[in-house]
Design a binder for this molecule. Sequence first.
Ligand code: PBG
Length: 336
Amino acid sequence: MTLHAPYPHGRPRRLRRDDFTRNLVREHTLTPHDLIYPVFVLDGRGRREAVASMPGVERLSLDLLLPVAEDCVALGIPVMALFPVIDASLKTEDGREAWNAEGLVPRVVRELKQRFPQLGVMTDVALDPFTSHGQDGLLDATGYILNDETVQVLTRQALVQAEAGVDIVAPSDMMDGRIGAIRAALESRGAIHTRIMAYSAKYASAFYGPFRDAVGSAANLGKGNKKVYQMDPGNTDEALREVALDIAEGADMVMVKPGMPYLDVVRRVKDEFRVPTFAYQVSGEYAMLKAAAGNGWLDHDAVMMESLLAFKRAGADGVLTYFALDAARALLGGRQ
Ligand code: PBG
């Protein structure tokens, strides 16, 4: 009996034998250009606050955010996504601070674009950091989130951000028709270059918990949830319908959120529409990996890179991730 006789058809392990063949045949790769870095910004100066449930993530005032922006540029991270942490005294029932042209977000956008014109800046369009109830929209007397009235104020918010010079507005509110309304308003003001990344398939997820701590909306939201506007985790056909609407209404890029538990949705969206598709590795996913790594149960860098590569394999063009700086540094192999 000869040794190779039982294996006439092929030995896939040949290509796994050495680094050079593994590198040669790898189908998907991650680069710093695939990463969007979400950051939490505070008003004032010299302020730095840790987020307990997100080890390694800090809320920073603008002066302390500038070196972070510089790092993004140096590392080749194309975009920073801003999330404001608003003082409780500015939070109201209608979240009007969201469309204050002199508010925190427009001020930070102006400064960042002035200092780092080559760094893309993205802003969230939603009311939750600004409302006293922590919901993303306006409420009626029963507490239901009003759609069309909310779209009107979200449009004002997006216009204020665009006028401040933001590159990408990212509506994360899940109201019906908001992409079309925002696109029409941008066009009518001549803001033809403002890109829209739509949080198209955004699920009512429990993985957003640490983010709500970070922006301080968790306590306001209390036992409330967002199921009357964010998607049911049991659905994927619905995600395709949401994406179709957002593309028809003028989105340049679409997003699936959360990320890792929804890679099937990323794949379906990419296969169906072939448009720039992003995934958000959300706060709870980050917290899980950090907690396990912090306990020595998982290898931090290895799971970070594997989880990010998985998004590329699933069809994502890029990933919003709190690991962006660490991952870019790892990818550049300590050259930065
Ligand atoms: C809210 C918004 C949320 C996130 C981004 N924008 C939270 C929510 O919908 O309650 C979550 C991001 C994360 O968990 O990292 N408009």
